[in-house]
Design a protein around this ligand. Structure first.
Ligand SMILES: Cc1ncc(COP(=O)(O)O)c(C=O)c1O
Length: 438
């Protein structure tokens, strides 16, 4: 690929994003301000000296911005999560999972409970556990919104479980943590209970669903870019000093570059979330339920209808009854500028089903009226009642009329001017502007 073609490809992608609507529950739109550190010099610097010890600056490229991690990201995350100890070093949800397995999984030969992919667990959890010599058993689930507590008690009798790792990638309702924590406390408090909140973080930190630590879990964590609108990264939160220490010891072996720029970006995303997170997280629940109800009204099979469709950001729709396969439906939506996810297996579903997430749409400021308008376009796109060109135009105008008021408050003229200075500096720096040398 030549430079011109490369640049044209990038322009085309960037322009397209501004005209399309993303409904993939695993993704979100971080704000421009929070993305800046990913473009800046700091993104290419290492930072190991977490204590900022004056005599331990082995790498000091990020020394003058180290406070962004230690005095912005970490304290804000502690405040929003209610955790005494937080670890912002993992670069992805899977790496956070690996760190938890290594720190509190019990070591090779130990038994753990995880969520089977058929019940909504992440596809990689069991394999990753097996790589470490852990025996992962599928935690008993009784319904879309319930664990089977009687069977879990039997599982705890049958195997010497060391870790319960509640990973729910495909979930309409967050599994209840409190009864499980209560069972663990009663039977064997030495079992570690971790909730992988990759999909749920924004809903938890915004207060729309319960915080696992308040419900009795020992730790929670996962990716920062699904319902939480941050950079692609991950974190782990706990109130237990021994757990925090074990994680730190494993961090030493697992993570060298923790992507300092992404950690700074996370700090800005947390600042923004502190301001807007509560309203945003509640709007996700409203928009998800509205989307589900509209698609149900149009005659699609919407999973979880009997439970109120959804208690989170995800909506699962099967267009089979309309004589349409999920992949074909997704393709028709893609052609008009709507991105959805097709997933198999999804709990209680046969074959591939469309998995929607209302997180990014809500982050851009969508209200229920926008959601209803989107559902209407989606129905017409799937049923091909209108031309693709006309529908693409409708999607573009819906996308462009979203208010997108989420983000850092740049209030005064002075702040705006400084922000413009920063943008100029970053962009000219990236272009490698040259000055005459003496
Ligand atoms: C429960 C769970 N854990 C881990 C991951 C992996 O996260 P990442 O893609 O950030 O590695 C996911 C991603 O979907 C997830 O849902």
């Amino acid at each position: 690929m030549r430079a011109l073609q490369l640049i044209e490809t990038l322009i085309q992608h960037e322009e397209q994003q501004r005209q399309e609507i993303h409904l993939v529950p695993s993704e979100n739109a971080a704000t421009m301000v929070s993305r800046l550190p990913l473009l800046m010099d700091m993104y290419n610097r290492y930072f190991f000296n977490e204590q900022q010890d004056a005599l331990a600056w082995n790498f000091n490229g990020a020394r003058n911005v180290a406070d962004l991690e230690t005095k912005l990201t970490i304290p804000l995350l502690k405040e929003l999560s209610g955790a005494r100890y937080v670890n912002v070093r993992p670069v992805s949800g899977l790496q956070a999972m690996l760190m938890v397995f290594m720190a509190v999984g019990g070591g090779a030969g130990a038994h753990i409970l995880t969520v089977s992919p058929h019940d909504g667990g992440h596809y990689a959890t069991k394999g990753l556990a097996a790589e470490l010599g852990l025996h992962a058993h599928g935690i008993a689930v009784s319904n879309l919104d319930e664990l089977d507590m009687t069977e879990i008690e039997r599982q705890l009798e049958r195997w010497p479980i060391r870790l319960i790792y509640l990973d729910q990638s495909n979930g309409l309702f967050p599994f209840p943590v409190a009864p499980l924590a209560e069972l663990v406390r009663r039977r064997d408090p030495s079992i570690h209970m971790h909730v992988d909140t990759s999909h749920w973080l924004g809903l938890i930190l915004g207060g729309a669903i319960p915080n696992p630590l308040a419900e009795g879990a020992d730790s929670f964590g996962g990716s920062t870019h699904k319902t939480f609108p941050g950079p692609q990264k991950a974190l782990i939160c706990t109130n237990e000093s021994t757990v925090a220490l074990r994680l730190k010891l494993k961090q030493h072996d697992l993570i060298s570059s923790h992507h300092f720029g992404a950690t700074a970006s996370l700090g800005i995303a947390l600042m923004e979330f502190k301001e807007h997170g509560a309203a945003y997280s509640r709007s996700i629940l409203r928009n998800a339920r509205r989307m589900a109800a509209c698609l149900d009204h149009y005659g699609y099979v919407v999973i979880g209808k009997e439970l109120g469709y959804t208690g989170g950001h995800q909506v699962w729709v099967n267009p089979e009854a309309q004589g349409l396969g999920s992949y074909e439906a997704s393709e028709r939506l893609y052609r008009v500028g709507i991105h959805v996810n097709v997933v198999s297996p999804l709990p209680t579903c046969e074959g591939p089903v469309i998995r929607l997430g209302l997180n990014e749409f809500s982050r851009l400021g969508a209200e229920e009226s926008h959601t209803a308008a989107l559902a209407d376009i989606m129905h017409r796109a799937m049923m091909q009642t209108d031309s693709e060109a006309a529908l693409r135009k409708e999607v573009r105008s819906l996308r462009q009329c979203l208010p997108d008021h989420y983000g850092l408050e740049l209030g005064s003229d002075e702040i705006r001017k400084k922000y413009d200075d920063l943008l100029r500096l970053v962009l000219t720096g990236l272009q490698g502007g040259r000055k005459e040398c003496d």
